[in-house]
Structure formats: structure tokens, C-alpha cells
Design a protein around this ligand. Structure first.
Ligand code: PHB
Length: 384
């Protein structure tokens, strides 16, 4: 029936509306423990479309946001449905590493770009030639954090990471870099992804008496870590909290209270980043949503920017291989600073910033004070 309509439409010289649409299947945890990632990413992608219009290279962008609840089997099913039923020309989102992994074979098989705008385990882009990433990698953030710590009087560290892909990357890249710089890792603790309770681990850290505890938890879990860090009396015991910026996530930071003041992290985005592009982005984002953007919001905004760039380059052609080719080497000015897609790895190259939580205009922000320019994912750099 569908085919018959299509044939008669073509015979009449009528182009079916579908051919003019570029459907983006955005698959995110909109519910469950990572719901803040879904909320931020949806807002970031929608803002880009609202600001730039839904027309690009003669095509109309149709954004379909689907809730995978953070469960990989659901992500997989939704990706298959987006391609088979919605004829999605691109898939986007993926709030956690296992969810990005689950879709990699589907992207390869269907030759549809998988634009990873959240998950951050280094190896993700190697799982399919159709994966490109606009978020970050944990080695990218963890190595600069270790260098800063070693140069700033921190000698003994306990690491606490969530026990899955990005946490293991953070543990390895913080630990190895810190040791290389002369530091000592007293203990490396891993906490479960599901229903974590940091209290017993933090008690152990207190007994270890390190100068600092380095933390990686995925976006959405930072407030709980901060609360338990204070309750367990670590700050009072003189233990510093450092980490990747996931722990002082802009989505939760303001609610963490004064206890978060002074926490130093390394990351690629802060809502307080001082640039005209970011000021305009934050103002528009807050106006549209009533909350400030975090690194997930900006990565989805940039994921959409990358897709628009690719469609312009292909003059609206949507074959997956052509889109991926057009994304390789793309450069633009993001609200986070200058960014580039590494043509060899399809991963994002970007500035890393060392930041400290401070009060500005009565609110808590990660205030950037050091920039490491245009950092490539070190994991892939070492493999060359
Ligand atoms: C991931 O699962 O890859 C992930 C999720 C949230 C983050 C970082 C990494 O903040």
C-alpha cells in the first residue's frame, strides 16, 4: 500500500514529504537515575533547532526524543524502531556507556550515524565506524586533573569511581598520570552503578588519610557524593575533594550548598565559561528551560550543530557514510570553546579547564582558572 502511494506520487511528480525530512532519533534516559541527562540533552538539542530553524540544506529536521529509561535492551529496541519505522537518518544521545555500546552494531549494520552526545568511555568511538562523539572522554578530563593535583601539593590520593567503563577509564588515567608525576595512589575504590552508597567507602577514605580523594560518578550522582562527603566528616579531616567535572555537574551544583565551595575539578564545560558564545547560550537555555545548562546540554547542542554542518556539506544528502565523512574534521565554536572532530578517531578535540567551585552573584559555579588547549583523547593517542 505504502509503495503504491509512493509510486503514484512519484508518477505525478509529487515528492513525498518524507523525502524532505531528516528524522533524528534521540534516545535518552528521560526517567530513572540518569533522567537529568535526558532533560539536559533534550533541552540542548531543541535549543539548537529553535535558534537555527528546522530547515537545513532544503531538509526539515524532525527530532524524535525517546525514553530508554537507562536500560540497554530498551535503547537497542528504540534504535531499531527509529531506523525501521521512523526512517531516522541519524541517531543521537546515549546517556550511559552501555547504551551507546548497545547501538553500535545497529549503526554499523544500518549505516546510520550514531552521534554520541553523552556517554564518555574512551573506546566507544571504536565500536562502529558510524559513531561520532560530541561529549568528551574520561581520559581527556582525568589526566589533566592528575597533572594539576601533582603540581599543587597533593601527594597521596584515594580514587573512588563508579564501577563501569567511564569509571575504569577515570581510575586508570588519573592514577597512571598522577603516579607518573610523582604522586601516590593509596587505594583505588570502585562503587556499584546501581543504588550506590558512598558512606562506607568514604569512611575507608577517612582512615586512609590521603591529601585528596579523586571522584568519578556519572552525571546525576554528584549531589549524593557531596552530601555523604560532608556527613562522613572528610572535609573536617582535611581531605580535599577533586574529580572530573561530572561530580560538580552544573545541573546539581547550586543545590549542593556551601560544602561544595573550593572543590577543584577538570572538565570541558562550565556554565560560567567566559565567552560571548557561552553567555548567549546560557541566557537562551535558561530562558527556554528555567534551569542552567550542564555539559550534557552543551554536548547535545553541539551534536545538532555537527549534524547541521554535515547536512550542509552533503547538500542535504542523508546517506550515513557521506554524513560521517562530512563530520570528520568539522570545526566550530561551541559554547564550551573551540572544538573539532578528530578525522582519525571521530572523537571530539577540545579545551580542558581546571575549575574551582566559587560563589558568583549568589550562586555556585565551576570557575575556570586554567586551560589546557585542544586536548585529544589520550587513550587513542597512545595507541598510534
Ligand atoms: C557514561 O556512562 O559514559 C557516562 C555517563 C555520565 C557521565 C560520564 C560518563 O557524566
Amino acid at each position: 500500500m505504502k509503495a503504491a502511494i509512493l509510486i503514484s506520487a512519484l508518477a505525478l511528480g509529487v515528492v513525498p514529504a518524507m523525502a524532505e525530512d531528516v528524522t533524528v532519533g534521540m534516545i535518552l534516559p528521560m526517567t530513572g537515575p540518569s533522567a537529568s541527562t535526558g532533560k539536559q540533552e533534550k533541552a540542548g538539542a531543541e535549543l539548537y533547532i529553535a535558534q537555527h530553524g528546522d530547515k537545513v540544506a532544503g531538509k526539515t529536521i524532525k527530532l524524535l526524543v525517546k525514553d530508554d529509561t537507562g536500560a540497554a535492551d530498551v535503547t537497542k529496541r528504540l534504535a531499531q524502531e527509529a531506523i525501521a519505522n521512523d526512517h531516522a537518518a541519524a541517531l543521537m544521545g546515549f546517556g550511559l556507556t552501555p547504551l551507546a555500546f548497545a547501538v553500535a552494531p545497529i549503526a554499523t549494520e544500518a549505516k546510520v550515524p550514531e552521534i554520541v552526545t553523552a556517554a564518555a568511555t574512551a573506546v566507544i568511538t571504536e565500536k562502529s565506524p558510524f559513531i561520532v562523539r560530541t561529549s568528551f572522554t574520561l581520559p581527556q578530563a582525568s589526566a589533566p586533573m592528575a597533572q594539576w593535583a601533582a603540581k599543587n601539593g597533593i601527594k597521596k590520593v584515594v580514587t573512588i569511581v563508579t564501577d563501569y567503563g567511564p569509571g575504569l577509564d577515570a581510575e586508570k588515567w588519573f592514577g597512571e598520570t598522577f603516579k607518573h608525576e610523582g604522586g601516590e595512589i593509596i587505594e583505588a575504590i570502585r562503587t556499584p552503578l546501581k543504588n550506590p552508597d558512598f558512606a562506607p567507602f568514604l569512611q575507608r577514605v577517612k582512615d586512609d588519610k590521603p591529601d585528596a580523594v579523586f571522584v568519578f560518578v556519572p552525571s546525576g550522582f554528584g549531589a549524593m557524593v557531596m552530601k555523604q562527603f560532608i556527613e562522613q566528616g572528610l572535609a573536617k579531616a582535611g581531605v580535599k575533594l577533586i574529580g572530573t567535572g561530572d561530580v560538580t555537574d552544573d545541573d546539581q551544583l547550586n543545590g549542593m550548598g556551601e560544602a561544595a565551595l573550593g572543590v577543584v575539578t577538570a572538565h570541558h564545560y562550565s556554565a560560567s565559561h567566559d565567552s560571548p558564545e557561552n553567555k548567549a547560550f546560557v541566557t537562551a537555555f535558561e530562558k527556554a528551560n528555567g534551569f542552567r545548562p550542564n555539559f550534557m546540554g552543551v554536548a547535545a547542542y553541539d551534536g545538532m550543530a555537527l549534524l547541521y554542518h554535515a547536512l550542509e556539506a552533503t547538500k542535504g544528502a542523508t546517506d550515513g557514510a557521506g554524513l560521517i565523512e562530512a563530520m570528520k574534521g568539522a570545526k566550530w565554536m561551541s559554547p564550551r570553546g573551540p572544538v573539532e572532530i578528530d578525522p582519525d578517531t571521530r572523537d571530539i578535540v577540545q579545551n580542558m579547564y581546571v575549575r574551582k567551585v566559587e560563589k558568583k552573584d549568589g550562586q555556585l559555579y565551576n570557575m575556570e582558572f586554567e586551560t589546557i588547549p585542544m586536548v585529544k583523547d589520550p587513550f587513542k593517542a597512545t595507541k598510534k
